[in-house]
Design a protein around this ligand. Structure first.
Ligand code: SF4
Length: 481
């Protein structure tokens, strides 16, 4: 048996992709190890949103190289995720596939598949010859063929793994299942590489998603999170021309969106308790999805809604198609209906041309919107993006760092204020994981809570608790008997 080690960077989408990789490898000739030095194959499922995650990937590759040289090993490195634009192989594998003609007849190696038999991805020269192959997750059907070609032995032949969207996930936490509903992105935000690495939006059918949801609920999932970059544009790739108003950038009037239909179907599944989804793009948000949080009892009172900047000029430069005003109206609507409705967001600070005044405006957004959580990222140029080609990275690292600290302080103020609203309330939590002597879980509005383990309880239980104290971002609670 060969061993693999996988490290996942970034968001829920990458985590779901890693679960697909786990399923595929474990059904093939591999077993998982948590010690990368014992692995035959190291997989880095990358994210390009933050520079520090990219730096970590390069650092890891160097460590593998050192380990191989020091101990005469041949740990292979596969990079996937958002840093990869093209599937391909290290040049050393491009020439030696004819090394043993007799053996080559018995195994199904790569030959003329130009799409993969190349080393065009710009990552190869950046990895100092250590990177063995890049494989876009959407090309997962080539994994066995690539490994066979590199390892020079038949790995597996299983056509069940041929379709990325249909291949299944091996869920690490069965009580909470993520389900991928789309792939790709058509938005081309100027700072983002995803449309180039993941391609055009492609949605799964409602029937497929519901079938998978029923399976995970049968296997004890109580919570489902629908994931992709832009979930509320679900199915636009099929219905777009007929029902999407290109000029105004929204669905036509009085049209029930496919995403709402999907939520309604999921809501009918017995024994499923909670439905969440991430990420939502404000310009694709529709009234029927906002209302789903209140009309459908399983859809939780939490929304991750990426603002990125308060300033409309910066938003335009980012090619974000919403305005702050519209964003604010939507969150006001949600909070008016339910003051405990949680909103989290993403902010990029220090984007090209962001003046002190513009940054002050973003600070104001923190005060006005009272976010429950914010992922603050310092802008860093991503090669191949529109912003890299058109806009100078003209805010110094020092200023970005100062702004980042200021926003984090603002965030703590906002979170503390929001969490205080929860004090002494009775809430339902789904116990989801444990660490040392504590259980952790989340309320329906996505607040993380913890308490001392009780022998009568276990992961998967939903219990009623009274929130009794705050610990920065986390709530402490007591059981309500
Ligand atoms: S919506 Fe924008 S930020 Fe999100 S993945 Fe698509 S291009 Fe990137």
């Amino acid at each position: 048996m060969k061993k693999y080690f996988i490290q996942t960077f970034g968001c829920a989408m990458n985590k779901a992709d890693s679960e697909k990789i786990n399923m595929i490898l474990l059904q093939g000739k591999f077993m998982k190890t948590n010690n990368w030095k014992q692995a035959d194959l190291v997989i880095l499922n990358t994210c390009s949103v933050r520079q520090k995650w990219e730096d970590r990937v390069f650092w890891f590759a160097q460590e593998i190289k050192k380990e191989n040289e020091k101990n005469k090993k041949n740990i292979l490195l596969w990079i996937t995720g958002c840093m990869v634009r093209k599937t391909g192989l290290n040049s050393k594998y491009l020439k030696d596939y004819k090394r043993d003609k007799n053996k080559a007849k018995k195994i199904n190696i790569l030959k003329d598949e130009k799409w993969i038999f190349n080393n065009d991805d710009k990552l190869f020269p950046r990895f100092d010859n250590k990177l063995d192959f890049t494989l876009r997750i959407e090309d997962i059907k080539y994994l066995a063929l690539i490994l066979t070609h590199i390892l020079w032995e038949t790995i597996w032949k299983d056509y069940n793994f041929d379709d990325y969207l249909k291949s299944k996930q091996l869920r690490e936490n069965p009580s909470q299942a993520t389900i991928i509903i789309q792939t790709g992105c058509d938005n081309y935000c100027t700072y983002c590489i995803v449309p180039y690495t993941r391609g055009k939006e492609k949605s799964r059918t409602i029937e497929e998603i519901i079938k998978e949801a029923r399976e995970v609920v049968k296997n004890w999932a109580k919570e489902i999170t629908l994931v992709w970059q832009n979930v509320n544009s679900y199915w636009k790739d099929f219905l777009g021309k007929k029902y999407w108003n290109e000029k105004e950038g929204k669905w036509k009037e009085n049209f029930k969106t496919p995403f709402r239909k999907l939520l309604e179907e999921l809501n009918k599944i017995e024994k499923l308790d909670r439905i969440r989804f991430t990420s939502s793009n404000p310009h694709d948000m529709t009234q029927d999805i906002l209302d789903a949080h209140f009309d459908l009892e399983k859809t939780c009172n939490y929304l991750h809604f990426a603002l990125q900047s308060w300033n409309d000029e910066i938003l335009k430069k980012m090619n974000r198609k919403h305005s702050y005003k519209k964003f604010k109206e939507m969150i006001d609507y949600l909070r008016k209906k339910d003051p405990n409705f949680s909103i989290s967001t993403d902010i990029i600070l220090g984007f090209s041309g962001e003046t002190d005044k513009m940054f002050e405006d973003t600070k104001k957004a923190f005060e006005e919107c009272e976010f429950d959580f914010v992922y603050n990222a310092r802008y860093s140029v991503r090669t191949w993006t529109i912003a890299a080609k058109l806009f100078p990275d003209d805010i110094s690292e020092k200023v970005k760092a100062e702004r980042w600290h200021i926003l984090n302080d603002k965030l703590l103020e906002s979170v503390t204020k929001r969490n205080k609203l929860m004090l002494w309330k009775i809430e339902e939590i789904l116990i989801s994981w444990k660490k040392e002597w504590q259980f952790f879980g989340r309320t329906r509005n996505f607040k993380e809570v913890f308490f001392k383990m009780e022998p009568s309880l276990k992961i998967w239980d939903i219990v009623k608790v009274k929130i009794t104290d705050l610990d920065k971002y986390v709530l402490k609670w007591e059981l309500v008997l």
